[in-house]
Design a protein around this ligand. Structure first.
Ligand code: ADP
Ligand code: TRP
Length: 324
């Protein structure tokens, strides 16, 4: 069973990325073969500054390593180091109706924000399907917001297989127990909403953010509803079940202020992520070793991609490259 996933480096990784996706990736490495990549071609749809993109890629890699992704167990690589992926993107484009991409969430979100989408935004799901299908992935562990993209990849595998012959494997999404992590304002936590709690923020700055999480104005003495409270949702991710049961009781009984819950959330954050800061700093000081990890990961991934592309080219009548 092969698990594959990607993270788009467009900003500092946050609790949504961790609990929605990364945590699963790290857990799955014990049971399954894993391919994990930093989706720099996807970032290029919005990050168009060479130096910044390089830094974002490096930061995402060391975040993963510091949180425990083990390059001895899985292949960790840069999306662009397997250039066959862009070739498959084109081939998939030729068997996919435009109507499917018109329904893409990334494209529609762009339109809804009044932005003029470039063709990269429009074709985002094609590139993502190529990412998934080129490694014959069985499962794709992601947050809920990415499920549509995986369904599109399933559809595109079907279009290709029906048009030519069965070459591409149908992948299945795999969700974490926390499909959507809320951000400081209660919306989905996302780099693009500016409502994130970073994995490796400065302790003081993070505490300030936590203390500013939006809550309702129920007075201290009144009972509160944990189900609608962002602070409680985040506590649930970080606390033990016993502690969470106590907080739930305290919310419902009243006599507890949100500031107290936030204070505890800040402590739990520090307990979980504080000790990883040192590991991250050590990786940050070893850029050559980080590069070696990415090169080794790409070599392993590319071997699979080249095999699949040989079948794909053969199925659709594109001569093998080395045949002249
Ligand atoms: P962002 O929305 O901050 O740009 P990405 O789109 O790069 O995040 O997401 C990377 C991975 O993290 C995806 O698998 C996505 O589903 C997951 N993810 C991101 N934000 C959340 C969230 N708030 N809750 C659950 N999963 C999330
Ligand atoms: N679109 C994903 C995101 O925004 C990143 C991504 C790119 C991805 N290619 C992928 C995730 C393939 C899973 C599989 O987070």
């Amino acid at each position: 069973m092969r698990a594959l996933s990607g993270i788009k480096p467009t900003g500092a990784l946050h609790l949504g990325n961790y609990f929605g996706a990364m945590k699963q990736h790290i857990e799955l490495q014990e049971q399954h073969e894993g391919f994990y990549f930093i989706a720099n071609y996807h970032s290029l749809t919005t990050i168009q500054d060479a130096e910044r993109l390089q830094k974002l890629v490096f930061d995402a890699v060391i975040d993963y390593l510091a949180m425990g992704l083990d390059p001895q167990k899985v292949a960790l690589f840069r999306q662009s180091d397997v250039p066959e992926v862009t070739e498959l993107t084109w081939i998939l484009a030729c068997v996919t109706g435009k109507g499917l991409l018109d329904r893409g969430t990334t494209y529609k979100d762009h339109l809804a924000k009044g932005l003029v989408p470039n063709m990269g935004i429009y074709c985002y799901p094609l590139l993502m399907a190529a990412d998934i299908l080129i490694y014959r992935s069985d499962i794709v562990p992601v947050g809920k917001d990415q499920v549509q993209h995986i369904e599109f990849a399933q559809d595109m595998a079907g279009y290709f297989n029906q048009t030519f012959r069965p070459v591409l494997k149908r992948p299945e999404p795999r969700l974490n127990e926390t499909p959507i992590v809320p951000g400081l304002d209660g919306q989905k936590m996302s780099k693009s909403y500016g409502n994130t709690i970073e994995l490796f923020g400065e302790p003081q700055a993070i505490k300030k953010k936590i203390m500013a999480i939006k809550t309702d104005s129920t007075p201290v003495e009144e009972p509160k509803d944990p189900a609608t409270c962002t602070v409680f949702a985040l506590l649930k991710l970080l606390g033990t079940p016993a502690e969470i049961a106590t907080w739930e009781q305290r919310y419902r009984t009243g006599g507890m202020g949100y500031a107290e819950a936030k204070q505890r959330l800040a402590e739990l954050y520090e307990e979980r992520f504080g000790p990883r800061r040192e590991a991250r700093a050590q990786w940050a000081a070893r850029p050559d070793d980080v590069e070696d990890i990415l090169v080794a990961g790409a070599k392993k991934a590319r071997a699979v991609a080249q095999e699949v592309m040989a079948d794909v080219r053969d199925a659709c009548g594109i001569k093998p490259r080395d045949a002249g």
